[in-house]
Design a binder for this molecule. Structure first.
Ligand SMILES: Cc1cc2nc3c(=O)[nH]c(=O)nc-3n(C[C@H](O)[C@H](O)[C@H](O)COP(=O)(O)OP(=O)(O)OC[C@H]3O[C@@H](n4cnc5c(N)ncnc54)[C@H](O)[C@@H]3O)c2cc1C
Length: 445
C-alpha cells in the first residue's frame, strides 16, 4: 500500500517541504502531516518497507541534511500541551512550540526550560540538549525530561524513561533524532513567574569596551542571571529602527530569575555604566514575555549557516580577539553570539544522559548567509577563538555544514559517541533515521 501523503507536484508539497531555515532544500518522496501517533507509526513502517529514510520537521529551525527521497513527517498538528501544576510538569506533543508551553505554564506561575525563541519546537530543542534563559540555574532541558514516547525503526511505540529502556532514555536526551520519532514527552516546570531582563544595546563607539566589561561582569554574576552578547551590523534599511539602522550594534541580553528584582537591577546597572545605550529594555517582566529579550525574528524564513565552539572561558584576551574579528571595525559579514553557560549546566543530571559540553563556560555561535566568503570569514573567527575552546561544540547551535560523519565528534565525549554508535546499530541498523546529524556515515546514501 502506498504511503498516504503529499507528493512532488501535489497540493501543499512546496509549502510543507520548507521550514524556517532554508539552508537546505528538502526533496522528500512524500510528506506526511501526522495527526496521531498511529499516523507516525504508519509512516515509519511504510518508509522501512520502501527502504526510505525518515525525516522529521516541526518548525524547520534546525535543519541538518536534505530529506531527499525521504518520508518527511511534519509534526505541527500534534500540538497538545497539558500542564500539571501540582506535579509541576508539562506533557507536550511533537508539534508544540515553546510559546504554547510558556503560556500554559505561566497561568500557574511556572516556567519551562525554553530557549531564546518561543517559535522553536520543544521536542527538537530538548533532543539536542536545550540551553535557555533558566539554564544556568536549572540545567539543560534534556536533564529534566521525565519520559518520551518514541516510534522506533521496528515500528514499536515505546514509553521510554529511566526505568523502562534506560539506555535509550540516556541516548534520546542529547542524540534523540538518530533513534526514532518522538511523539510526546513530559518534563519538569519551575516556579519562575517573573524575570528582570531585556537588552542593552550599545553603538560602535562603545562596542569593544562593552565586550571587555561583559567579560569581567559575567564572571561574577549568580546562577540566576542568564546573559549573552550579540554582535551585528544592521543593514541600511528603512525597516530597521532608526537608532540601529546601518550601524554595528552590541546587544547585551540579560535575564535574572532571582526573587529580588533589586538585585537584578543592581547587576544590570553595572553594565549600564559602560556607556550610553541606543536601546534599553531591561525591566521586570512576567516570564511569559521571555521571548522579548532576544526578540529573534523568526517570521520570515532565512538561509542561516550556523557554527559554534564551546569556550572554557571568555576573558579579556578572548574579548579582544572577538572585538577584532566581529566588533565595530571588523565589518564582519556574519552575526556572533557569546552566551554564558556554567552553573547548573556544568553539573550532572539526576538521571544520566548523553548531553556533553558540561565543561563549557560560554558558547560562541556565529551565523553567516550562503556566500562562501562570508562563511569563510565566520570560520576565521571560530578558529581564532581556538585557544579558549573546550574542543567541543553544541548540537543545537550546529548547522548544515557540520552534518557530516565527523561533525558529531565534538558534540559528545568519545566513549559516549562509541556507545551511541553501538546503540544506533541496535535500534536503527538500516539507518532509517538519517535525516539528522549523523553518528556514523553521513548523507542519504
Ligand atoms: C532563532 C533560533 C533560536 C534558538 N535558540 C536556541 C536556544 O536558546 N537554545 C538552544 O539550545 N537552541 C536554540 N536554537 C536551536 C534549536 O533548539 C534547534 O535548531 C532545534 O533543533 C530546533 O527544533 P525545531 O523542532 O524547532 O526545528 P526542526 O527543524 O523542525 O527540527 C530540528 C531537528 O530536530 C529533530 N526533531 C524535531 N522533532 C523531532 C521529533 N518529534 N522526533 C525526533 N526528532 C525530531 C529532527 O532531527 C529535526 O531535523 C535556536 C534556533 C533558532 C533558529
Amino acid at each position: 500500500m502506498a504511503i498516504e501523503g503529499v507528493r512532488p507536484g501535489e497540493g501543499r508539497y512546496e509549502e510543507l517541504r520548507a521550514g524556517f531555515n532554508l539552508a537546505v532544500t528538502h526533496r522528500p518522496a512524500v510528506i506526511v502531516e501526522a495527526r496521531s501517533v498511529d499516523d507516525v507509526a504508519a509512516a515509519v513502517a511504510a518508509a522501512v518497507r520502501e527502504r526510505r529514510p525518515v525525516g522529521v520537521m516541526n518548525t524547520g529551525h534546525g535543519p541538518s541534511v536534505p530529506a531527499d527521497g525521504a518520508v518527511l513527517i511534519r509534526t505541527g498538528r500534534l500540538s497538545r500541551v497539558d500542564v500539571d501544576p501540582f506535579r509541576r510538569t508539562a506533557r507536550v506533543e511533537a508539534g508544540v512550540r515553546w510559546r504554547d508551553v510558556i503560556a500554559a505554564a505561566a497561568r500557574h506561575g511556572l516556567a519551562p526550560l525554553n530557549g531564546s525563541s518561543p517559535d522553536v519546537g520543544a521536542v527538537g530543542y530538548t533532543l539536542g540538549g536545550g540551553v535557555g534563559l533558566l539554564a544556568r540555574r536549572y540545567g539543560f532541558a534534556a536533564d529534566h525530561v521525565r519520559w518520551l514516547d518514541v516510534v522506533t525503526a521496528d515500528g514499536r511505540v515505546r514509553r521510554v524513561d529511566g526505568e523502562h529502556d534506560p539506555v535509550l532514555f540516556w541516548a534520546l536526551r542529547g542524540a534523540g533524532a538518530n533513534f526514532g520519532v518522538v511523539t510526546a514527552m513530559e518534563f519538569d516546570l519551575f516556579p519562575v513567574a517573573t524575570l528582570y531582563g531585556g537588552e542593552l544595546c550599545f553603538g560602535p563607539e562603545a562596542g569593544e569596551d562593552v565586550l571587555h566589561a561583559y567579560a569581567a561582569w559575567a564572571r561574577t554574576v549568580p546562577e540566576t542571571m542568564a546573559s549573552s552578547v550579540l554582535l551585528l551590523r544592521y543593514p541600511d534599511d528603512p525597516a530597521v529602527p532608526p537608532q540601529l539602522r546601518g550601524r554595528h550594534v552590541t546587544h547585551l541580553r540579560l535575564a535574572d530569575s532571582g526573587a529580588d528584582p533589586a538585585a537584578g537591577r543592581e547587576l544590570a546597572d553595572r553594565l549600564r555604566a559602560t556607556g550610553p545605550r541606543l536601546v534599553d529594555t531591561v525591566r521586570r517582566m512576567p516570564y511569559a514575555d521571555v521571548g522579548t529579550i532576544h526578540h529573534e525574528p523568526t517570521g520570515t524564513p532565512v538561509a542561516a549557516f550556523d557554527r559554534n565552539v564551546l569556550l572554557r572561558e571568555y576573558d579579556d584576551d578572548a574579548a579582544a580577539v572577538l572585538g577584532k574579528l566581529a566588533g565595530p571595525d571588523a565589518d564582519a559579514p556574519f552575526l556572533t553570539e557569546v552566551r554564558a553557560w556554567g552553573g547548573a549546566l556544568s553539573r550532572p543530571p539526576s538521571v544520566p544522559n548523553v548531553v556533553a559540553s558540561r565543561d563549557a563556560a560560554f558558547s560562541l555561535l556565529a551565523i553567516a548567509g550562503p556566500e562562501p566568503a562570508d562563511r569563510a570569514a565566520r570560520d576565521q573567527l571560530l578558529e581564532a577563538m581556538a585557544p579558549w575552546s573546550t574542543g567541543g561544540s553544541y548540537p543545537n547551535f550546529s548547522g548544515v555544514e557540520d552534518a557530516t560523519p565527523d561533525g558529531a565528534r565534538p558534540h559528545y565525549r568519545s566513549d559516549d559517541l562509541a556507545r551511541l554508535r553501538q546503540l544506533k546499530e541496535q535500534y536503527d541498523p538500516d539507518r532509517t533515521f538519517r535525516v539528522t546529524f549523523p553518528l556514523t556515515g553521513g548523507g542519504l546514501t
